[in-house]
Design a protein around this ligand. Structure first.
Ligand code: AVJ
Length: 317
C-alpha cells in the first residue's frame, strides 16, 4: 500500500528520529495555536508586541513614508505571517490617510487567523483593497518572485527570530532577490536586553506559553493519530545571552513510548528527554546591520521604542 504522508507527518517522522528530537515552531500555528499566540501577545511578560505597537504609534507616518514609492504609484503591501494584523492596522490607517494607492496582501499559515483578519478589515477599513493568501513562507516567497509591480514587504513581530542563523541569511537573501530599487522591506527584530525579562516573556506566570507549546502535541494527537499523554510533558525554556537565543522544549517527565498512527511507528522517550520546538533569537543593532549587508541589503532607516526593546528596520536593495 502506498500512503501519501502530509508535510506535517513527514516533518515529524524526520524530527523524532533524530537526536536531539526536534519539531519546527512553524507547526505551532493550527487555529488553536494561533489563538493561543494572540493570548500571549496580551501577557504582561510578553513585551515584543507592545514595543512594536509603540514604535508604530510613534513613528507610523515616517515608516509609511519610507515604505511607499514617491510617485504615488500603485503597490502591493505584502505581509508574511500577518496573524491578527493588529499592529499592521496602524500602518494601514497611515497609508490610507496619506492617500497612497496600494493593495494589502496578508499571508499566514493559519486559515482561521486569515478569516478573522479579513473580516476585521472589512469592518474597520472597508475602503482597503485586500488580497489574502493562506500559505507558508516558502510558497509566499515564490509568489513574491512572480508578482509584478512595486512592493513593500512586512515581516513583523520578530518572526525572523525563529530562523537558525544560516537559514535566516538565506531567507533574507531570497526576500531581497525580487526587490526592485524602489521596493522596501520592513523587518521587526527583538533586541537583546535583561536576560531575565527575555526568559520571562517565554515562560509566563499564567502558563499561556506552556499551553501554546503543549498544543503542538494535541495537534499531533489529532492530525496524526498520536497518543501523547499531556500529563507527562512539560514546557521548558532557556535564554543564552551568548548567542541571543531563547530555546523552547517539550520535556518528557518520565520514560514513555508514543505511537503515531499516521507513521505506523512508536517513538521512545527517556525520562527528561526533550523535543526542541522553537528558537527565538534576539539581536543587537550591529548584528542587524551585518545581517542586512550579508543579504545585499542596506538599512534605509531604523526605528526603536523608547526603551530600546525592539527595532523596526526599513531595508532596500
Ligand atoms: C511569533 C515567532 C514572534 O518567538 O516571540 C511567543 C512566538 N513563542 N512565545 C516569538 C512565541 C513563544 C513568537 N513569534
Amino acid at each position: 500500500m502506498v500512503t501519501v504522508l502530509s508535510d506535517l507527518a513527514q516533518h515529524v517522522a524526520k524530527g523524532l528520529r533524530q537526536t536531539p528530537k526536534a519539531i519546527s515552531s512553524m507547526y505551532f500555528y493550527d487555529d488553536a495555536g494561533s489563538r493561543l499566540f494572540q493570548q500571549i501577545m496580551e501577557l504582561p511578560e510578553y513585551y515584543p508586541t507592545r514595543a512594536e505597537f509603540s514604535i508604530f504609534r510613534e513613528h507610523g507616518a515616517a515608516i509609511v513614508a519610507a515604505l511607499s514609492p514617491e510617485a504615488g504609484e500603485e503597490f502591493a503591501l505584502v505581509e508574511l505571517g500577518a496573524g491578527d494584523g493588529a499592529k499592521t492596522k496602524l500602518l494601514l490607517h497611515e497609508l490610507l490617510e496619506a492617500g497612497r494607492p496600494f493593495t494589502y496582501v496578508p499571508v499566514d499559515i493559519s486559515e482561521g487567523a486569515m478569516t478573522g483578519l479579513v473580516a476585521a478589515l472589512r469592518q474597520e477599513l472597508p475602503e482597503l483593497q485586500v488580497a489574502p493568501a493562506v500559505s507558508d513562507y516558502f510558497t509566499a516567497l515564490h509568489q513574491l518572485r512572480t508578482r509584478p509591480g512595486s512592493k513593500a514587504v512586512l515581516f513583523l513581530g520578530s518572526n525572523i527570530g525563529n530562523f537558525h542563523p544560516a537559514e535566516r541569511l538565506s531567507f533574507l537573501s531570497q526576500l531581497a532577490a525580487p526587490l526592485a530599487p524602489t521596493d522596501r522591506l520592513l523587518i521587526g527584530f527583538d533586541l537583546q536586553k535583561d536576560p531575565r525579562r527575555i526568559r520571562a516573556a517565554y515562560d509566563d506566570a499564567q502558563g499561556v506559553t506552556a499551553a501554546f507549546n503543549l498544543n503542538l502535541l494535541t495537534r499531533l494527537n489529532r492530525e496524526l493519530g498520536a497518543d501523547f499523554d499531556l500529563a507527562h510533558w512539560q514546557h521548558y525554556t532557556d535564554y543564552s545571552p551568548l548567542n541571543g537565543a531563547v530555546r523552547s522544549f517539550l520535556v518528557s517527565t518520565r520514560a514513555q513510548q508514543v505511537h503515531i498512527e499516521a507513521l505506523d511507528e512508536t517513538f521512545d522517550f527517556a525520562a527528561w528527554e526533550v523535543i526542541h520546538t522553537e528558537n527565538s533569537y534576539k539581536f543587537t543593532l550591529p548584528q542587524i546591520e551585518e545581517l542586512a549587508a550579508s543579504a545585499g541589503l542596506r538599512v534605509v532607516t531604523a526605528f526603536t521604542d523608547a526603551e530600546t526593546d525592539f527595532a523596526d528596520v526599513v531595508l532596500a536593495t
